[in-house]
Design a protein around this ligand. Structure first.
Ligand SMILES: [Zn+2]
Length: 428
């Protein structure tokens, strides 16, 4: 199902539910709108439970100013209109008060999206609109003025955030990615200095090619079909657990030999289906409308050099990634389960997943199944998809505990003799 083919009423009800379920608005806050090709403004209603919105609740304001629908339109609709007035290229606007972005707005700082390449690519630089009374004409003028400068995401002083895009899907991706970025920066700030990427480094990810020579699929084995379902379900699960976000996160699974299945690039992880997965065979991709992940060469190198690896995941799990953008060590020698499942987690320099897959392949081993890629993501391997997934979960729980321990006192790692005892008892 392609959500963009639906009526604006259905698109707005769907995305309002998605914003609410992802924990990015309260039931009374947040409003979304779409400007259609006939000039109508479709918008969520005022004072209706956002957790339970139906397409029939959506309001319409015609180009003549007539209001159609069973409720009142959102009280913040004047600024939606002001934005569309300034930016005819925008077809959808999303406003909400997610806690991390509100935190930035009340200390009057803008999140720096250059900490991870996809946040910088999707959201760009974030604009800043000075305070004005919510629902008032002046607020609309302030926000529209910043959008007129070309920003796609604007932080509202002591209030929240507004994102725009050429579709509601694009707008939602900007919003969710920016919220993720804000949460990441907050977690990382308790770890110490945060590393920001420069323009040259950001270009590495942007210019990464995903294209490979193609081949035509003659048949698909039952094992492949089974693995396609398993892989797409695992990615959706990672998304629902907030271990991946809609625009980032790759997973692959070996079918046999040098044949593996990998998730596509530029496809919302929430909507991933078995048919979207791309088969790779000896450096070639199957003919498919979707291109394989930009990490395909890395996964291929890992499968070639490590026969024991059956599945690989890279995920921007929020707490592990906070370590990836800071200089602080991710110490797994603190909890027995973490050390058993993850072992030590080395950090590899930014860009190595594209420019130096060999180096990653040399670092990964049976004794080193997980690595952290600087300013990028956590990479886990496993002898099954579930094992690779479990390692993402355990890593993120561990990282979260380490961060939560910071205000409590000094972190005490396990003593060497206890680690030795652990290795002796469980590890081969
Ligand atoms: Zn608001």
């Amino acid at each position: 199902m392609n959500i963009e083919w639906k009526h604006p009423r259905e698109i707005l009800a769907h995305f309002m539910a998605r914003v609410y379920r992802y924990g990015m608005t309260t039931t009374s806050g947040g409003n979304l709108s779409i400007k259609d090709e006939e000039g109508n403004l479709w918008i969520t209603p005022a004072a209706i439970d956002k957790g339970d919105l139906t397409p029939e609740d959506i309001m319409c304001i015609t180009p003549e100013g007539e209001i159609i629908g069973r409720h009142r339109p959102s009280s913040e609709y004047p600024f939606h209109q002001a934005i569309y007035g300034q930016r005819p290229d925008l077809k959808a606007v999303l406003h909400a008060h997610p806690t991390a972005l509100v935190a930035f707005s009340i200390v009057r700082k803008v999140p720096d999206t250059r900490v991870i390449p996809q946040a910088s690519a999707i959201c760009g630089e974030v604009g800043y609109a000075p305070y004005a009374l919510p629902g008032g004409k002046l607020l609309g003028e302030h926000i529209a003025q910043v959008f007129a400068e070309g920003f796609q995401c604007v932080l509202l002083e002591n209030h929240g955030v507004v994102c725009g895009g050429s579709s509601m899907l694009e707008t939602y991706h900007r919003f969710e990615t920016l919220d993720f970025c804000a949460r990441l920066l907050i977690q990382a700030s308790s770890l110490g200095r945060t590393r920001v990427l420069n323009e040259e480094q950001l270009q590495i990810a942007r210019t990464q090619k995903t294209d490979l020579p193609t081949f035509q699929v003659k048949k698909r084995s039952n094992r492949e079909k089974e693995l396609r379902t398993e892989l797409s379900e695992m990615v959706r699960r990672a998304y629902d657990q907030q271990l991946m976000n809609s625009t980032e996160g790759t997973a692959s699974v070996r079918v046999e030999g040098e044949t593996f299945l990998i998730t596509p690039t530029a496809k919302d992880r929430r909507y991933l289906n078995p048919e979207d997965i791309v088969r790779i065979e000896k450096g070639r991709r199957e003919e498919s409308p979707l291109l394989p992940s930009r990490a395909t060469l890395l996964h291929q190198t890992l499968y070639q050099q490590h026969p024991h690896i059956q599945a690989i995941m890279s995920a921007q799990a929020p707490y592990s990634t906070a370590f990836a953008i800071s200089e602080t060590e991710f110490d797994t020698r603190t909890i027995p389960e973490s050390y058993l499942v993850l072992r030590d987690i080395p950090v590899l320099p930014y860009g190595s997943q594209y420019q130096d897959p060999e180096r990653i392949a040399q670092t990964i081993s049976k004794d080193c199944p997980v690595i952290l890629l600087q300013n990028d993501a956590l990479l886990t391997t496993g002898t099954s998809l579930l094992e690779a997934y479990d390692r993402v979960e355990v890593a993120d729980f561990t990282a979260r505990s380490l961060i939560q321990a910071l205000p409590l006192g000094e972190l005490v790692a396990m003593e060497e003799d206890r680690l030795e005892e652990l290795r002796h008892a469980f590890l081969k």
